[in-house]
Structure formats: structure tokens, C-alpha cells
Design a protein around this ligand. Sequence first.
Ligand SMILES: [Zn+2]
Length: 115
Amino acid sequence: MAGDAGSSASIAAPKTQRFPLVTGRSSDHIAGMTEPLSVTCEIQSGGKWVPLGINDAVKEGEVRMRCPECCGAVRPNRDAVNGMSAHFEHELGHSGCSLSHAYHGVRSRHPKPLT
Ligand SMILES: [Zn+2]
């Protein structure tokens, strides 16, 4: 019996750090039709900005429309592109808006917001 001083502490690493968030492959099927594109804008009505859906916006024509997230100007695009349905496009794409294709992951206000 030698060297059995601290025998109670064997190599028992805490088991809290396995692979988190890998819970199966449930999300594999849903990918394919992600839709980050905007289908809502805001228009000025009675001195304030009110939301307007894409289906109504395509009939509006000349009103100024802005992105509800970054406040940059948008315009409705009724033509389907790549199978996408109608949506709003930023007139000036903005990398800080998750509704713009230029989005790079960090949100910020549009440099030329409509107010
Ligand atoms: Zn935006």
C-alpha cells in the first residue's frame, strides 16, 4: 500500500462540455426555403410611419417606403426572382440590416434613413 494518499480524486472530468446543441438532424429538412427578405415596409401616414405589407405596397406606386428595421428606403419588387415571391428591396443595400441581402451579421442603422 503505497502512494494512496489522495485516492478519492480519480480522473473524473466534469461532463458538462460535450457537444452542445447537437441534438440530431432536425434542421436539415427545413433549410432550402429560408426567407430573410422583407415583406413589410413602413409608409408615412398622418405624420407617422405605419407598417404596410408587400401586397398593398405594390399598388401604392409613389409613396416613400422604408425598411422597418434599418429605416433605409425600400421599394417593392413584385417580380419573383429565383422563385422568391414579392418582397421589398433596399434601394441602397445595407450591410447592417438583416432584411438586406448585403447583411453581414451586425445590425446598424441605415446611413441614409428615411425619417
Ligand atoms: Zn433594412
